[in-house]
Design a protein around this ligand. Structure first.
Ligand code: ADP
Ligand code: MG
Length: 699
């Protein structure tokens, strides 16, 4: 944007230093440029009048034309209100004022034609509008018609008279001033090809659309531009990185072949084979690998990780695998040890609770190169952990790790940054993955090992608990094990702990010793305690594992075939799916039972029904995105990317795809953007790269 748009907002007529200050604090609007990009978040449709008989609860706003038949004061004290009965011949609706009721009553003229505007509510079988906008029809010259922008403001701003209407006035003023300064920001062949309206038209119509059609055009143009530049930056970064970061060449597959021939415990799925090929191509290329491996729970990512490690070790390097919890890390350790032993490889586990002496031994073995594989938690990242030659770092369940932590892995090899394999079981919808990991290579395991029976999921009310217990007993009698999971939300940790211990006690009562053995695991336990209880369950010494969500990630006990989730309505979809993924790991039919109270919110119902309907992680992730929006799913770690001004990743996947293709095509033709035609694009990118550079280099 030109100098005009960096003008401070306080120089606008009607703003001044005080209001400018507030706009900065409340909405982070500093300049003309910020203001013009403060787009309406919705529009009130004043293009048509509705008949009162048409009004229904789903309508966000209605515009009506009619007369006040009569009015009255109703109630007293604090509940005192003015009710006007508004009639248009087709029906009647109540207009209600709680505030300034007496003052309003004096102004209203029954028998006059009015235009009323507001949100209809239903009480019993009557509709009403609280605090409608009301204007005499004669004064209503059609000026106010059309699509009216509604802007986000805050209570503080409203108190200083900066409500949506006032912001709209500012926008009107600004657009008049700005008209001659708005430059086109996309090259002509792109605007031509995608039939995009100009930047200037788009800004005009996004604030004051002349019609629905113009609004659609403005939205498309601005979303395209936003997503195009994000994709272009990400793709360009990826291009730059592949050139810049050399990687260690891991091209000796002998160890891997030996493992395949002699020790592979099962046939790999085709998806696993494909992904391993992709990884092999990366690590032997001489460039650093940065790959995201997505695979639903139980799809066999660990084996892929191990096989990739063999490529590193076989080529004279070391491998590391980092997991977000101690339980998970030690489970990886146990699992990988079994294979490593067969090949005569050395492996160690490093976590926060590793004893000092052992820790020192690990440090030494790492540095000398005697240790082939190190598994562990973020303890891996600590400075004293120095490798002889780290060739591959695997990060499991990556969404649990922060960016800064991942960055430190890069520095564990001074000569070449290690190849990075990030594994996640949280299926990320394609649209989101494209944006968040647009600069990473993505592999997907889209197939479960053969012989798995789909998990059966049912919803049961708390009142049916006895029957659920009965079912658990049947399963235990058949030799299976059962998880019972309670939610744990930090704010109410104490309360939840009580839920958990109450639940534990009632289960111990219903499943008495010595016939039944019950384990319990939660976040308040010491690591040794947790580990002890976990091990009892893994070794089949206990039948039931009562736990909080600490078992959510990665835990693998194939004989456990029933997952009971208490207060299921309190879990998000992604979490429910993760939890369910703890069963269905062996050959037996598995079950997931979602327990809830009778009373459920609409969203909770959707979540539960989605879980009952499908086992497909990607379908669940899409629904999750729809319900929660992208910000929530990614957390704060990737901020900068999901702070979109206008696009909505859960809705704009088509535009995203188009924009990404356009960006890719442009880079194919002109990788360095050195063509004079693309000079403006290049400038645009360079001015905005710093935010995302940080995380995307190290993901
Ligand atoms: P996740 O992708 O959730 O990390 P795991 O790697 O823990 O899944 O694998 C789940 C289970 O499936 C493990 O018990 C593992 O040994 C088994 N498994 C992995 N790949 C295969 C395969 N190709 N055939 C049969 N079982 C497999
Ligand atoms: Mg796993």
């Amino acid at each position: 944007m030109s100098g005009f748009f960096s003008t401070s907002i306080e120089y606008m007529k009607g703003v001044g230093p005080q209001k400018a200050d507030l706009l900065k604090k409340e909405l982070r609007l500093f300049t003309y440029g910020d203001l013009i990009q403060h787009y309406p978040f919705r529009y009130e449709d004043r293009t048509r009048f509705y008949r009162i008989s048409e009004v229904n609860e789903q309508m966000p706003y209605v515009q009506l034309k009619g007369r006040i038949r009569t009015m009255e004061m109703v109630g007293d004290g604090r509940k005192k209100r003015l009710v006007a009965y508004f009639n248009d011949g087709s029906g009647e609706i109540e207009l209600v004022w709680f505030q300034a009721a007496a003052w309003t009553a004096k102004k209203l003229r029954p028998g006059t034609d009015y235009v009323a505007f507001g949100k209809p509510n239903k009480f019993g079988n009557k509709f009403s509008i609280a605090h409608p906008e009301l204007e005499a029809l004669t004064a209503f010259d059609g000026q106010g018609g059309g699509l009216q922008p509604v802007y986000h403001t805050t209570e503080k701003l409203k108190r200083k008279f900066l409500d949506s209407k006032a912001v709209s006035k500012l926008q009107e003023q600004l657009l008049a001033l700005a008209a001659s300064y708005i430059n086109e920001t996309l090259p002509q062949d792109i605007t031509d090809r995608f039939k995009l309206i100009s930047k200037k038209e788009a800004l005009m119509h996004i604030h004051f659309p002349q019609s629905h059609e113009w609004l659609q055009k403005a939205l498309f143009r601005l979303k395209f531009e936003e997503l195009f530049y994000i994709q272009l930056r990400l793709l360009k970064m990826k291009l730059g990185r592949t050139e810049k970061f050399k990687g260690q060449v891991l091209d000796k597959p002998e160890l891997l072949t030996r493992f395949y021939k002699k020790h592979l415990p099962f046939e790999l799925t085709n998806a696993q084979k494909r992904v391993i090929k992709e990884i092999y191509a990366d690590v032997r290329s001489g460039r650093q690998m940065n790959r995201l491996l997505q695979g639903d729970v139980g799809s066999g990512k660990t084996m892929v990780a191990f096989i990739s490690m063999l490529l590193a070790i076989g080529s004279g390097a070391q491998a590391a695998m980092m997991a977000p919890t101690e339980i998970l890390a030690s489970q990886h350790y146990e699992g990988l040890s079994e294979y490593a032993k067969k090949l005569g490889l050395t492996i160690a586990l490093l976590t926060g609770s590793t004893k000092k002496k052992e820790r020192r031994q690990i440090h030494e073995a790492l540095l000398s190169g005697h240790l082939n594989i190190l598994t562990g938690t973020h303890a891996l990242l600590e400075d004293p952990v120095q490798f002889n030659n780290l060739g591959l770092a695997v990060i499991d369940e990556q969404h649990r790790f922060g960016v800064a932590q991942r960055a430190r892995l890069w520095h564990k090899n001074k000569q070449f940054p290690p190849h990075i394999l990030v594994m996640t079981a949280t299926p990320i919808p394609r649209t989101l993955a494209m944006t968040l990991y647009g600069d990473l290579d993505v592999s997907v395991i889209d197939e479960l090992p053969a012989g798995r029976k789909p998990i059966q999921t049912v919803h049961r009310f708390d009142s049916n608990r006895l029957r659920v217990f009965g079912f658990m007993k049947e399963q235990i009698a058949a030799g299976r094990q059962v998880y019972v999971v309670y939610p744990l939300i930090e704010e109410s940790e104490k309360l939840d702990l009580k839920d958990l211990t109450d639940g534990y006690e009632s289960i111990c009562r219903a499943f008495p010793q010595p016939e039944y053995q019950v384990s319990i695991v939660h976040g308040r336990q010491k690591p040794e305690e947790k580990e002890f209880e976990m091990q009892r369950f893994i070794k089949k010494q206990t039948h039931i594992m009562v736990a909080t969500t600490v078992i959510e990630v990665g835990v693998n006990v194939p004989n456990a075939s029933v997952m009971v989730i208490e207060n299921a309505e309190r879990f998000g979809l992604a979490q429910l799916h993760q939890l369910r993924g703890r069963v269905g790991r062996g050959a037996d039919q598995s079950y997931c039972i979602l327990m809830t109270d009778f009373k459920l919110s609409k969203e909770a119902k959707i979540r539960i029904n989605t879980m009952v309907r499908t086992n497909n992680g990607f379908e669940i992730a899409d629904m999750d995105l729809k319900l929660r929006g992208p910000g929530d799913i990614t957390g704060t770690q990737q901020s900068g990317i999901t702070d979109l001004l206008i696009s909505d990743l859960s809705r704009d996947s088509k535009i995203l795809q188009i924009a990404r293709d356009a960006a890719q095509a442009l880079l194919d033709k002109d990788p360095n953007l050195s063509d004079p035609e693309n000079a403006s694009i290049k400038r645009q990118i360079e001015s905005q790269t710093k935010d995302i550079l940080n995380w995307s280099r190290i993901s």
